[in-house]
Design a protein around this ligand. Structure first.
Ligand code: SF4
Length: 349
């Protein structure tokens, strides 16, 4: 397995000014020292509550936003050091799929125009671009007769398939998927996730999968990084993270995943208070204002992300914190999750 993407100490601060050219009055600490790696052909999920900075990380990786500090290496090359022309050429290898396929497709362009545009931009499939557009539609499970239709003529799931086909047009090696199924109905979510997995197997793609739905993440990811207020608090392979979450925040997030089997129950860990303002994050551990294990040291010292047996956690007291209680008999069934998992199984069958 080779490392395809390596992110080192990524930082993004947004200055707040009184007016466009006014003095800086505050800074939003959107991303603060994020590091991770993705191997070729693997999926790393970036999860956390809304506003934790995960989508900003996705945009920084593609340089749709410029980082305040840090580096992004793609196949060993430092993307943050590339000149605009070099970056444009490199973008062929890194693409993005957006949450809302409707807003990411031009309503005035037919599907054919939508798919041919990136081919023309990168000088690909010259002389056979219409044929290539039909192949791309086939790749995402849509018939070639849709080529002359417009985005409004499709369902949400079909539009997301077109968005995926457009991303695939330039034969990327890594795709940043920014909440790609969160706007879709549950059964359609499973179809799109199964399609992404199928494409990964066939084309050897790597995904940075940004999501807040841990049920979807559990299905698609090989590794998971949990973000809180601009920082990664836990990072591990999926099985290890779901079986034994070590950070109190991860434990709370996982405890909120509904159980699907009848008669099962587990403790729900409720987080206290709201997410603090990223303009003025808490001193020391940023999670301390909501952590049930917080002690004096947590407000004085920033916990480092420490790796133990390939499982990294940023908490001063992770060794003392009890793992979550095992699932026990009780009564808790979640219809939404049961439908999602059954749709996943049907799609894989
Ligand atoms: Fe909680 Fe302290 Fe660990 Fe932060 S460092 S997660 S506040 S116990």
């Amino acid at each position: 397995m080779t490392v395809l993407l390596r992110v080192e100490g990524l930082v993004k601060h947004f200055p707040i000014r009184q007016h466009l050219f006014g003095r800086e009055t505050a800074v939003v600490h959107a991303v603060d020292g994020v590091s991770f790696e993705i191997d070729s052909g693997q999926t790393m999920a970036l999860v956390g509550e809304s506003g934790c900075g995960k989508s900003t990380v996705g945009r920084l990786v593609l340089r749709l936003l410029e980082a305040s500090a840090g580096k992004v290496f793609f196949d060993g090359e430092d993307l943050t050091a590339l000149a605009p022309a070099q970056l444009r050429a490199k973008r062929r290898e890194l693409q993005m799929i957006f949450q809302d396929p409707y807003s990411s497709l031009n309503p005035r362009m037919t599907v054919e125009q939508t798919l041919v545009e990136p081919l023309a931009l990168h000088g690909l499939a010259s002389g056979r671009q219409r044929e290539r557009a039909a192949e791309l539609l086939d790749l995402v499970g849509l018939a070639p007769q849709y080529l002359q239709r417009y985005p409004h003529e499709f369902s949400g799931g079909q539009r997301q398939r077109i968005g995926i086909a457009r991303a695939l047009a330039v034969e990327p090696r890594l795709i940043v998927c920014d909440e790609p199924v969160s706007a879709l109905d549950v059964s359609i979510q499973a179809q799109v996730v199964n399609l992404l997995q199928d494409l990964q197997r066939r084309l050897g793609l790597a995904y940075l999968f940004i999501a807040h739905d841990l049920a979807v993440v559990k299905h698609i990811a090989s590794h998971v990084a949990v973000m809180y207020l601009g920082q990664i608090v836990e990072y591990a392979d999926k099985d290890s993270l779901f079986a034994a979450p070590r950070h109190p925040y991860t434990q709370a997030l996982l405890s909120a995943i509904p159980l699907t089997e009848p008669g099962l129950r587990r403790e729900r860990i409720l987080l206290q208070g709201d997410v603090p303002n990223p303009i003025d994050p808490p001193s020391g551990c940023r999670f301390r204002t909501r952590c049930r294990y917080a002690k004096e040291q947590c407000g004085q010292q920033v916990p480092e992300l420490v790796a133990v047996d390939g499982h990294s956690v940023a908490c001063h007291f992770w060794q003392e914190i009890e793992p979550p209680a095992p699932v026990t008999q009780g009564v808790a069934v979640n219809d939404r999750l049961a439908r999602l998992q059954s749709a996943f199984r049907a799609g894989n069958g």
